[in-house]
Design a protein around this ligand. Structure first.
Ligand SMILES: Cc1ncc(COP(=O)(O)O)c(C=O)c1O
Length: 474
């Protein structure tokens, strides 16, 4: 498995598609003729970019009320949005969102996040252990930097799932950590198989210093939701192998699979009791960007550190000092995410309606898209339990494989590259591998489906037309 993460010196298929999309975008602005008017980018999970509207209350409090305090004297905004904005401004230095805040976040926001976690898990959360960051990727980077201290940096290894969130290898690379892949198998419905995990770790020992295990739950891009039992097994594994648990829980509010439920690692760890609850080191990250809120551009998230030494937390703070502070607008939005309008508040009804619309749209679009792919020859798409991505598998005909090979391209890149050139649709792509790291001649596409249903239909129409052309040709 270790072979698949080696740098080949070539940009990955994802990176090549991104670069090409940028060129096409520029060409479109220069008036170059294309078979489409704009690029539809559905690989990144940025739901606002594909037409989802922001939640009204977030914008009323964050952007209208706090950025333009004059509005607080009028009744242009609902009473509770004005009250919230007022209170938030009182917690900003000088009463302005233009002021700096503490490196690890506004204390007011940290307290709200701690309360959100305590209520979610029914386990106390300590405000001093909450760090507000400019997104979860920044939080993950800080944790990785902490882990890289005190060891030979180049040898610090992090167990990561395959498939992984597409941004993860770049993050590891940026801090000099070595990705140590463990395979998730579609045949096993993407759950973590402990024997696979043990085998993977054994193969890396002696070569690297496995320091941490990264978990994405609910899984990106697989959409798998871990059961309590599975989480317990991973915690036991981390304890036994002395691994730091780095848990990415950014899709926690997007679980829709029947019988599935999001349970946090922190909760399970606390429930397991000593020695685990007092010893296993854990960082849990969450963010505004993913899931229902989808405010990627406001750039805020948090991490909670559990069982981490005080001196290490001071060091985390020192690392965050480099950012001066996370943008206040993002922190305010995070506060709203952690403490949305309550029943009885003037804005509650609309907020609830908007959130439910998104949840229903997500569920509807997932079923619709899975059904769609399962009718296309060559595709296979099992049901998804959570997240905003659908992850169908595509197997090519021998003729198509030979054709791509003749062009010197991986078949997945060839297919997605043509989709981009001919329809202006950018999707994510990765090759299927087995436990030994060997390629299996089939690919997974990654598509964000949380978008207005008519926009989704437009995308599916393009995909169908394109796939039929390919089928005819090959
Ligand atoms: C695994 C994973 N976590 C989190 C994020 C969101 O990052 P951020 O919160 O920094 O926007 C992404 C975005 O691509 C991701 O792939």
């Amino acid at each position: 498995m270790s072979t698949i993460m080696k740098h080949t010196g070539h940009p990955s298929a994802e990176e090549q598609l991104r670069q090409r999309a940028d060129v096409i975008r520029l060409q479109l602005t220069q008036g170059v003729s294309k078979p489409f008017k704009k690029i539809i980018d559905i690989c990144s999970g940025d739901i606002h970019s594909v037409g989802m509207k922001p939640l009204t209350f977030v914008r009323q409090v964050v952007l209208a009320g706090c950025l333009c305090p004059n509005l607080l004297a009028s009744d242009a905004l609902p009473h509770d949005a004005r009250q919230r904005a007022q209170k938030l401004l009182e917690n900003c230095d000088g009463g302005s969102v233009g002021a700096y805040a503490e490196s690890s976040g506004m204390a007011y926001v940290q307290r709200t996040v701690a309360k959100f976690i305590s209520t979610r898990d029914d386990v106390p959360s300590n405000t001093a252990h909450i760090f507000i960051t400019s997104g979860s990727i920044r939080a993950i980077t800080v944790v990785l930097k902490l882990l890289a201290q005190g060891g030979a940096v180049s040898q610090t290894g992090v167990l990561i799932p395959v498939p992984f969130p597409y941004t993860l290898p770049r993050v590891l690379e940026s801090v000099g950590s070595v990705p140590l892949p463990y395979l998730l198998r579609e045949e096993a419905e993407w759950r973590i198989e402990m024997e696979v995990l043990h085998r993977a770790l054994l193969s890396y020992k002696g070569h690297y210093w496995p320091r941490a295990i990264y978990i994405s739950n609910p899984g990106n891009p697989t959409g798998h939701v871990q059961s309590r039992e599975s989480i317990q097994e991973v915690i036991q594994f981390a304890a036994q192998e002395n691994l730091f648990l780095l848990v990415d829980e950014v899709y926690q509010d997007t679980v829709f699979g029947v019988g599935c439920e999001f349970v946090s690692y922190k909760k399970v760890l606390a429930e397991m009791g000593p020695p685990y609850s007092h010893t296993v080191q854990l960082a849990s990250v969450h963010s505004l960007s993913n899931g229902i809120m989808g405010e990627c551009g406001l750039r805020a998230g948090y991490m909670e550190l559990v069982n981490v030494d005080e001196s290490v937390m001071l060091f985390a703070e020192a690392l965050l000092c480099g950012d001066i502070s996370t943008a206040i607008t993002g922190q305010i939005a995070l506060k709203v995410m952690a403490d949305p309008p309550k029943p009885g508040d003037p804005s509650h009804c609309l907020y609830k309606q908007e959130v439910e619309y998104r949840q229903n749209t997500l569920k509807h679009n997932m079923y619709r898209t899975a059904e769609f792919f399962n009718t296309l020859p060559g595709f296979h798409c099992p049901p998804v339990q959570s997240g905003v991505f659908i992850y169908p598998r595509l197997t090519f005909s021998p003729k198509a494989l030979t054709h791509a090979q003749g062009l010197g391209l991986e078949a997945g890149l060839w297919y997605c590259g043509r989709l981009l050139e001919e329809e202006g649709v950018r999707v994510g792509v990765s090759e299927c591998v087995d436990e030994a790291g060997s390629h299996k001649s089939s690919w997974h596409l990654r598509l964000c489906v949380l978008m207005p249903p008519d926009a989704l239909e437009e995308v599916l129409y393009c995909l169908q037309a394109f796939h039929c052309r390919i089928l005819k040709e090959f």
